[in-house]
Write a protein that binds this ligand. Structure first.
Ligand SMILES: Nc1ncnc2c1ncn2[C@@H]1O[C@H](COP(=O)(O)OP(=O)(O)O)[C@@H](O)[C@H]1O
Ligand SMILES: [Mg+2]
Length: 323
């Protein structure tokens, strides 16, 4: 449904999107996850024909976003990061105005407004001035606008940003409902957000795709090295030295000590599980044991690492510009 090939966008000499490629099948609900400045909005704006790419190709439903933008706009609904909504209009008037722009005649407009009012749970709010609506409600008016022409594809840029927890839950439920009838691509800089809503995640950082897959697939991929947590009562230096000598151990660190108990984190090499060996040492030395646990890389940790790496890259490129 959505095909992106080697897409690149330069702002001046700054590469906001750097040769990304991905496919989204019809009916999928996909999260576009990345820290601020990763290139999400830029990509979504190219896909929704709001600006051209510098190079590369993109199509939606087989229509090219550069050469056939009118056809793309007909099958895509877009909720921008900050949906521009006119505060003095009532939601119904606003949607009617938007329907007119889209070329819907009066009866079609009325039918469309009725449909989106149901789809987005607008209820009586449809007849309130927009400035009286909560941020969550305004977001639903924006979503209604994106749905007026009943598009096959919905592209949502950070749809829950700035909402309170109750509104976030409602919006997530609403997106789930919408995903039954539409292909959905939504962006977010918050991992749990994407985990809760999407079947598949594409992670972007520094304009490049760094990983993609279902949450399970991503977790499998990032399970490179693992970490062992060990809590023992034994002389800390000796514990550290003996454990460090085992095969496949990268580093051992004592992270806390309390009343003769020591908590150590043991980093292991890829695919190494030294729990049995560590247990044998503990037994042989006759130390008391409270905990011995293998911690596998979490998606959260992975995402935090990518985010930190990107922040470091941005800092160094700024320094390059200054010097
Ligand atoms: N209009 C613009 N002019 C110059 N640089 C821009 C513009 N829009 C975005 N950028 C830069 O491009 C990069 C990607 O931005 P953006 O696509 O908005 O990221 P995201 O939506 O993931 O936060 C950022 O470094 C941002 O500062
Ligand atoms: Mg953005």
């Amino acid at each position: 449904m959505i095909r992106v090939q080697n897409l690149t966008k330069l702002y001046g000499d700054r590469k906001a999107v750097d040769g990304i490629s991905f496919h989204i099948e019809e009916g999928e609900i996909v999260g576009f996850l990345g820290p601020n400045g990763a290139g999400k909005t830029t990509t979504l704006r190219i896909l929704t024909c709001y600006m051209p790419a510098t190079s590369g190709a993109a199509s939606i439903g087989g229509r090219d976003v550069f050469n056939n933008s009118m056809a793309v706009r007909r099958i895509v609904g877009y909720l921008p990061e900050n949906a521009p909504l006119d505060g003095n209009m009532r939601a119904r008037e606003y949607l009617s105005f938007r329907g007119k722009i889209r070329g819907l005649n009066r009866p079609d407009r009325e039918a469309a407004i009725k449909r989106v009012t149901d789809q987005c749970w607008l209820g009586d709010f449809i007849d309130r001035p927009i400035h009286q609506l909560s941020k969550g409600m305004r977001q639903r008016v924006g979503l209604s606008d994106a749905l007026l022409h009943d598009p096959k594809v919905l592209i949502l840029d950070e749809p829950t940003v700035g909402l309170d927890p109750g509104q976030i839950r409602e919006t997530r439920n609403l997106i789930h409902e919408l995903a039954k009838r539409h292909t959905v691509l939504l962006s977010s800089h918050i991992l749990p957000e994407v985990e809760a809503t999407c079947e598949r995640t594409i992670i972007i950082a520094g304009g490049k795709i760094v990983a993609s897959g279902s949450p399970e697939e991503l977790k499998k991929r990032i399970r490179e090295g693992s970490r062992l947590i060990l809590e023992v009562a034994g002389p800390p230096d000796e514990v550290k030295k003996t454990v460090s000598g085992e095969k496949g151990i990268q580093s051992v660190e004592c992270v806390a000590s309390d009343n003769g108990w020591h908590r150590l984190t043991i980093e292991t090499q890829k695919n190494v599980d030294p729990r049995e060996e560590v247990y044998k040492i503990v037994k042989q030395k006759n130390w008391s044991l409270r905990e011995l646990r293998l911690e596998q890389g979490s998606l959260e940790e992975f995402f935090v690492r990518i985010t930190a790496e990107q922040a470091a890259k941005q800092r160094s490129s700024k320094q390059e510009v200054r010097s």
